[in-house]
Design a protein around this ligand. Sequence first.
Ligand SMILES: Cc1cc2nc3c(=O)[nH]c(=O)nc-3n(C[C@H](O)[C@H](O)[C@H](O)COP(=O)(O)OP(=O)(O)OC[C@H]3O[C@@H](n4cnc5c(N)ncnc54)[C@H](O)[C@@H]3O)c2cc1C
Length: 482
Amino acid sequence: MTKPAILWFRQDLRLADNPALTDAIENEKAVVPVYIYAPEEDDGWPPGSATKWWLHHSLQALSDELEEHNSYLVIRSGDSLAQLQTIIKRTGADTLLFNKRYEPEAHEIEEKITAKLSKSGIIVRSFNGSLMREPGLIRNKEGKSFKVFTAYWRNCLAANQPRQPLPAPKSIKTFKDRPESIALEQLALEPKIKWAKGISEAWQPGSKGVHKSLKHLTESVIHDYGDSRNRPDQNGVSRFSPHLHFGEVSPNMIWHVVSEALRTTSSAKTKTNASIYLKEIGWREFAYDLLVNFPYSTNEPLYEDYANFPFLKDAHALKAWQKGLTGYPMVDAGMRELWHTGWMHNRVRMIVGSFLVKDLLLPWQVGAKWFWDTLVDADLASNTMGWQWVAGCGADAAPYFRIFNPISQGAKFDPDGKYVRKWVPELAKVPTKYIHSPWLASKDELRQAGVELGKDYPLPIVDHAFARTRALAALKEAKSKI
Ligand SMILES: Cc1cc2nc3c(=O)[nH]c(=O)nc-3n(C[C@H](O)[C@H](O)[C@H](O)COP(=O)(O)OP(=O)(O)OC[C@H]3O[C@@H](n4cnc5c(N)ncnc54)[C@H](O)[C@@H]3O)c2cc1C
């Protein structure tokens, strides 16, 4: 009897377009599907609460799908190498197959495991299942990596097309003598208190959720993405980010679905919008390129000019930001959407991020940590790039003096206040004219809307004009120390 292969699931919790699984099928190997929960192998960024919730449900969905294929999922926790060695001993497996992770430490651990097991005679094959291109491949003429997206993306488009997705397996040859597995519940990923109700109402992890998002993408999003992607009051984005993070869908699958729509549509508008969407997927690739090339950027500014920035320590302000009680409706709506659903619209991520760093002068790392704990799509590459961008110290950074104004951003991207009214219901009856700056309404107008500022809803925690001047002065001070 030929020996089985261990199929080690990483951040690729899917069966379709799974290069490691396809390799097993092509080589007619029986597989032992395994997932190992190893939070201490996560680059010092162990999974946050929202991530854990998603992981629980994603593993459940994967396990169900494997069972539909007369297979199973072995769940273990602890040191990955030790667990793999135990399973190899137990099953007699001679091969390890997996799709790589690209976070620096997680990748380093994979390399160590590969070296150690290869030395003991195990065949180890690893694949790229989560990015369209291996990070580090796209370089400029001097052979250096890019720090600017537009140049990076131009070079990506000039390179080969991303590979075609691999078909989902019809059947999976599985090693019959299933090794011991712990129950999913033993990982204790779900919160003990009923904190995740809003998240579970908003999301469906696993391939069923992926299909819903794909439908929304092709039937709606790509026809108007250029305009609606900036509108948190509309349903104009694909909400693929958590599915992509956990590898329930691959970027190649999305790329080819959208490319096909772009190729076959006769609508010039759809063609334009589909191209814009493809470029956004490119930002995710760019984030991984940056993470691999500049691993220190998860904690330190990409550009060291910003290392001396005189940030403040203000626990009260931080709490107000986290709870959505800053007195700026657009900021508060975003922070409450995040808490309630584990996700926030990209435009609003930029607004709340700018507010934390520039209006409150709190370190971007503090914001990144809060997002890490509360986002269902928390991703080391994209979160790092997003926060560095917002703070003005990262790739393609907006100049520091470009400070988002939460009032005018609200008026532009939530013109009727629909988004604010949904997430800050105490302002639901405030006239549209004042929805992004309720303190400008008269006492009478507020009374009619049923709001008393300072009681039902806070007064602004800081004056934006003052905060802007203060932020510019702080930058000048930091620059003078270089
Ligand atoms: C401060 C800050 C923190 C962020 N943290 C994360 C994070 O932890 N995880 C995460 O996935 N995204 C993060 N983003 C990027 C972006 O906000 C989300 O990817 C996007 O909102 C997800 O929604 P969507 O899937 O509907 O996006 P769509 O607009 O439908 O875009 C499709 C896909 O393109 C990719 N994408 C789009 N915009 C970006 C971007 N700016 N950066 C990287 N990828 C992008 C995502 O994979 C996304 O799912 C962050 C942005 C900011 C400003």
